[in-house]
Design a protein around this ligand. Structure first.
Ligand code: NAD
Ligand code: FES
Length: 279
């Protein structure tokens, strides 16, 4: 059986962790790349970041947030089930080299894709500082995992239930002012990556962001994932997912994401209606 689910964990009511048997993918994939997943034969294809790559065990890990029809179908799968289609690895790997002091900034479950990236950065000889934030302590994910390789893990929560009360960008600013940084990598909601980039700009710290625009084919053919970076049109799937955060047109990216969310909400309502028992 291909793509068999070996482990499933519920991280939050809307967020599921899957470890999947995928030896070929685990051999080829590098930190920062992503996969495109289909839940069934007629399903749409959704991009998912790799939350772990384990070539020794022949497994990959994915986090699925239930925001649309496909992610909701995926969330109902159990250990032993097969995921219909996992294509990849897609996109470019994150450039791993010795930069010096690398700060990882994860917003919400954006912390998960930072796990393979941070581990690779540590193996390359960097000092790695991880900053992860969520609305409240119960929504924090991957704090323990980031601690496996980080020299320091800093937490923020919007409501102050754990760590710094406020946003990850405030912790980022404090950390840069106190200790400096040679590279920042931010993954999370677009608004957080925008403000992380605005935070680092005055300090002239190179900032990579992992963009998650709308994707359809994931192969550079359809143009759905186009983003504007430094005034040039680029494709999230084939040119990304990592881009220079100081050059991204954030307003364009966020307006396209909003359109997608409205369409997904409508599709979800139609899906729920057709699944509901008819009297
Ligand atoms: P969330 O909306 O609760 O935000 C998490 C944290 O981000 C907040 O606690 C805060 O510290 C920070 N943040 C939010 N708005 C901010 C702002 N305006 N300025 C500064 N910081 C801000 O996160 P969630 O609900 O867990 O959602 C995770 C998001 O991460 C989703 O939007 C998902 O699409 C995205 N994500 C992206 C990737 C990727 O590869 N790019 C991968 C996984 C998840
Ligand atoms: Fe179609 Fe990128 S998803 S071009």
């Amino acid at each position: 059986m291909a793509n068999k689910i070996l482990e499933k964990r519920v991280l939050r009511s809307d967020l599921f962790y899957f470890r999947i048997e995928a030896p070929e993918l685990a051999k080829k994939a590098k930190a920062g790349q992503f996969v495109v997943v289909r839940a069934d034969d007629n399903g749409e294809r959704i991009p998912l970041s790799l939350a772990n790559i384990d070539p020794d065990r022949g497994t990959i890990s994915l986090l699925v947030q239930t925001i649309g029809v496909t992610s909701t179908k995926l969330s109902t799968l159990s250990v032993g089930d097969e995921i219909k289609d996992i294509a990849g690895p897609m996109g470019h790997k994150t450039p791993i080299e010795k930069y010096g002091r690398v700060i990882l900034v994860g917003g919400g479950f954006g912390a998960a894709p930072l796990y393979p990236i941070g581990r690779a950065m540590k193996e390359a000889g960097n000092t790695v500082i991880s900053i992860t934030g969520a609305r409240s302590a119960d929504l924090l994910v991957y704090e323990k995992e980031l601690g496996e390789f980080s020299d320091k893990v800093l937490i923020s929560t919007d409501d102050g239930s754990k760590g710094h009360k406020g946003l990850v960008t405030e912790v980022l600013k404090n950390e840069i002012e106190a200790n400096g940084a040679d590279l920042v990598i931010a993954v999370g909601p677009a608004i957080m990556m925008k403000f992380a980039s605005l935070t680092t700009k005055p300090y002239n710290v190179k900032t990579l962001v992992s963009l998650n625009p709308i994707m359809v084919d994931g192969t550079g053919m359809c143009g759905a994932c186009r983003v504007s970076v430094g005034g040039k049109t680029m494709f999230g799937c084939t040119d990304g997912p990592d881009f220079d955060g100081h050059l991204v047109d954030w307003d364009l990216l966020m307006s396209r994401q909003r359109t997608y969310l409205v369409e997904e909400k409508e599709a979800m309502e139609a899906y729920t209606c057709s699944c509901a028992p008819h009297s």
